[in-house]
Design a protein around this ligand. Structure first.
Ligand code: ACM
Length: 506
């Protein structure tokens, strides 16, 4: 194993950069064959985080790394474990990490904080730790103390599985690559004009027809999640402290639903399958009761399968719906989502009308202002920030990028990093922002390798903007820290775009 793979890391060289870092280079700790992991007494969740850490470390170290509640020099503890001196960050995801020659102690108020700390620890080990098999060298963790907490509670990625379907196993693998950057929400765009990707009880043709052969862009993205497959995926995400946000896009982007059930069109006449990438031509009929019976069935089912608090109703690009119909429609759907216990998220067009303050607009435009989103914020709504010219992972990096679109511009890593969610929109300040999300639309993507190539290295930029204190934002620092991920991603088999702005290591 070459030298750089075992290079000692600096305590602050983490993405997202931690809130407070106090290095103590005299206090390095080395993991060896005798190292064990001790987790908070009586906490099954802490134990699972400990097992997760052990599973990350075992392949490359070759060590046994037993996990129990009694002994171990790496301790993952919850508040109240009797250790002196508080001072760890508040909130579910905050944590305090102390590394000394004698051992590693993580303390957090909740298991999500322990999980966040584990992601930090992973990055603090030499790049060889991500190799799939045993490596020999010194597994040094840099000494000192980190106190960390997120700036925003919502840090998301969206994956469009309607334009091209990605299997549950592929989505799980994607989740594994996202959580390393403390992403805690995965928004699944489940339905669109080209496909319907979640099985719905009582409406079998949605997936039999519109999840079947020939669906997706160019007919090249067939497939769907069964209800059991979706439930399993949601549970997998939850074990990694990721909340799934399911999106059923309406009243537009519904051609696939109408292909399966022509009664969902205004005149009941069948429509043709669409595999092109046009938008804005399909609409549910706001004036038909059948529409709301359908939506209630879908909302009930999606809500029942989804433990997280959110249900995304789309609402974007409804050019085939009149303004009056759009208003009627959204006003019928908002209470349906509430009836099944979920909080509405919708693309920001939804904020063109009055919304309850619990509704969450997701701003996705290139524009520098949006009156509706500002009005919703003034009314108490929290906003998810996904400006397309910064946060859209499907935009090309450069004009030469083989994958992606360019309608919102070209987005290199510096463009993805160089914005702030609390000063992007007039009327939407720090206290109005729920968080950030990086959407990945799949019109041009066929494989998980394509997905990752568009995601990395830009997603870490959005992740840092969402987690780290604003005062830490610094392109030179970020670029240097990002460079260290090349050998890590190679070791993990994660494809990435080797952006020339980044001085890649190795
Ligand atoms: C969107 O990009 N249509 C939300």
């Amino acid at each position: 194993m070459s030298e750089p793979a075992f290079q000692r890391r600096e305590l602050g060289d983490v993405i997202p950069v931690p809130a407070d870092v106090r290095p103590d280079p005299a206090a390095d700790f080395t993991i060896d064959e005798g190292t064990a992991i001790r987790t908070a007494p009586g906490s099954a969740a802490a134990r699972r985080v400990g097992e997760h850490l052990a599973a990350l470390l075992r392949p490359a170290t070759g060590y046994a790394l037993p996990v129990d509640e009694e002994t171990g020099t790496i301790a993952l503890l919850l508040d109240g474990d009797g250790l002196s001196d508080g001072g760890f960050a508040d909130g579910d995801e905050g944590y305090r990490l102390e590394i000394s020659a004698a051992g590693v102690t993580v303390r957090a108020a909740a298991p999500a904080g322990l999980f966040a700390a584990v992601q930090t620890l992973r990055q603090l080990l030499p790049a060889a730790i991500d190799a799939p098999g045993p490596q020999s060298g010194d597994w040094v963790l840099p000494g000192g103390r980190i106190v960390d907490r997120p700036r925003f509670g919502y840090r998301g990625v969206m994956l469009d599985i309607a334009r091209h379907f990605f299997t549950a196993d592929e989505i799980k693998s994607y989740i594994d690559s996202l959580v390393q950057f403390k992403i805690n929400h995965l928004h699944l765009h489940l339905t669109d004009d080209q496909g319907w990707r979640l099985e719905i009880d009582g409406w079998p043709r949605l997936t039999e027809v519109s999840g079947g052969a020939g669906t997706g862009v160019d007919g090249a993205g067939p497939g769907y999640l069964t209800r059991a497959g979706y439930a399993d995926l949601v549970a997998y995400a939850a074990e990694r402290f990721v909340t799934i946000v399911p999106e059923i896009d309406m009243p537009g982007h519904v051609n696939a639903a109408q292909v399966a059930y022509p009664e969902l069109t205004a005149d009941g006449v069948a429509v043709a399958v669409r595999t092109d990438i046009e938008v804005g031509y399909s609409s549910l009929a706001a004036g038909k009761e059948e529409t709301y019976a359908f939506i209630e069935d879908v909302v009930r089912e999606v809500a029942a399968l989804t433990p997280g608090p959110y249900l995304h109703i789309g609402g974007d690009e409804a050019q085939a719906t009149t303004a009056d119909d759009y208003r009627t429609f959204i006003q019928r759907v908002l209470p349906l989502v509430a009836k099944y216990g979920k909080r509405v998220v919708g693309w920001h067009e939804m904020a063109g009308m009055e919304l309850p303050e619990t509704a969450i607009p997701q701003f996705w435009a290139v524009a520098a202002t949006d009156d509706g989103t500002a009005r919703a914020a003034a009314n108490g709504s929290k906003v998810i920030m996904s400006p397309a010219d910064r946060a859209y992972l499907d935009m090309k990096y450069t004009a030469a990028s083989p994958l992606g679109l360019d309608w919102a511009g070209l987005i290199d890593v510096e463009q993805a990093y160089g914005w702030d969610p609390a000063d992007r929109l007039p009327g939407v300040g720090e206290e109005n922002v729920l968080g950030v999300e990086a959407p990945l639309w799949s019109e041009t993507l066929r494989t998980l390798t394509d997905v990752r190539t568009m995601t990395f290295p830009r997603l870490p930029a959005v992740a840092e903007i969402g987690w780290s204190p604003r005062a830490t934002h610094d392109w030179a620092s970020f670029r240097r820290r990002l460079a260290a991920f090349a050998p890590r991603w190679r070791n993990q088999g994660i494809a990435f775009h080797p952006s020339p702005e980044v001085p890649w290591v190795g």
